[in-house]
Design a protein around this ligand. Structure first.
Ligand code: AKB
Length: 314
């Protein structure tokens, strides 16, 4: 039975991952932590502790208090915010990761942290980007993600910490909004579709990025953490993706189910520049071969579910 400490548990992934893990492993075995408590289900449905990830002492104390055997480190700034505040991003993303890895090492815990398609850069092959390839990102977020992958591999080789990670594409969900990412448009578009029947995209037409629906992302985390270690050739981090589309294609998918929906464009040069430096599509063969990665939702299936859930929510 796992006993899991999650950092950033009230963020976009954490709000749903916490509940999924509580369903699987029992509410008392999943310790949600974040910088501030709120009244969300993740904060209220089991143990919660206030932990600022830049405070390594507090993180370690919390891990020891609950006798955890798994650390899932989610707290991080996303790409657009990191680009706007690079020094803060380095301190939070790298300082937080170092504290979380040290916590895992001290309490001998298994470890997970997400990487991202942001770890790739302008010189990476753009289409069906391989698992092992050129990684020279041009953003602070990407620098953090590549350094983070290397650091997590280092903790595995040097200290034997069972570190594992996924290079997530843009994650789409109706539960918690992302904040400060480049792929956030693909979530906002569904909210605006329901509220106004139209959306102005800050990402230009023709810009392809990988995406995944949150239920598939949660399954991928659970499956990777449960995978037989002897099958893993890679650890930090596996390419995973479920679809790749440009803004006009997600808009067309929405218009199929919400006739009259319209997209227009007011491109944000900062976020467009980040998007242009990322792959069009990545190849998830290593994840499929080494631990059976699979996904259920393609663009249309996701659109149907998002529209149905958001109609109820809004
Ligand atoms: C972002 O846009 O920054 C994230 C990511 C792809 O890592 N959603």
């Amino acid at each position: 039975m796992k006993r899991i400490l999650i950092t950033g548990a009230l963020g976009q992934i954490g709000s749903e991952l916490t509940l999924r893990l509580r369903d699987i492993y029992g509410a008392d075995n999943v310790i949600a932590t974040d910088i501030k408590k709120n009244d969300s289900e993740a904060a209220q449905s089991g143990p919660f502790e206030t932990v600022d990830v830049t405070d390594g002492t507090r993180m370690l104390e919390t891990a020891k208090k609950y006798n955890v055997d798994t650390v899932m480190h989610l707290a991080a700034l996303l790409s657009a915010t990191a680009e706007a505040k690079p020094v803060f991003a380095w301190n939070l993303n790298m300082g937080g990761l170092m504290n979380a890895l040290e916590t895992a090492r001290e309490v001998k815990a298994q470890f997970f942290t997400p990487s991202s398609i942001g770890a790739f850069g302008p010189t990476t092959p753009k289409d069906l980007t391989p698992q092992d390839t050129i990684m020279r990102p041009s953003t602070m977020y990407g620098v953090n993600k590549v350094a983070g992958e290397l650091l997590a591999d280092y903790y595995f080789h040097k200290f034997g910490v069972d570190t594992r990670g996924l290079r997530f594409p843009g994650l789409i969900s109706y539960v918690a909004l992302p904040g400060g990412g480049t792929t956030d448009y693909a979530v906002e578009i569904y909210y605006e579709a329901i509220k106004k029947g139209k959306y102005t995209s800050y990402i230009d037409k023709g810009t392809y990025m990988d995406m995944m629906y949150m239920p598939d992302a949660l399954n991928a985390i659970v499956d990777l953490m449960e995978a037989d270690a002897s099958r893993l050739q890679h650890r930090n981090s596996f390419n995973v993706t479920a679809m790749s589309f440009a803004p006009e294609e997600i808009a067309a998918s929405i218009a199929n189910y919400l006739p009259g929906f319209e997209i227009s464009y007011a491109v944000d040069p900062d976020r467009q520049k980040i998007a242009d430096s990322w792959p069009n599509s990545i190849d998830a063969t290593a994840a499929k071969d080494e631990w059976g990665f699979k996904y259920e939702y393609n663009l249309d299936k996701m659109t149907v579910d998002m529209l149905e859930k958001l109609r109820k929510k809004l």
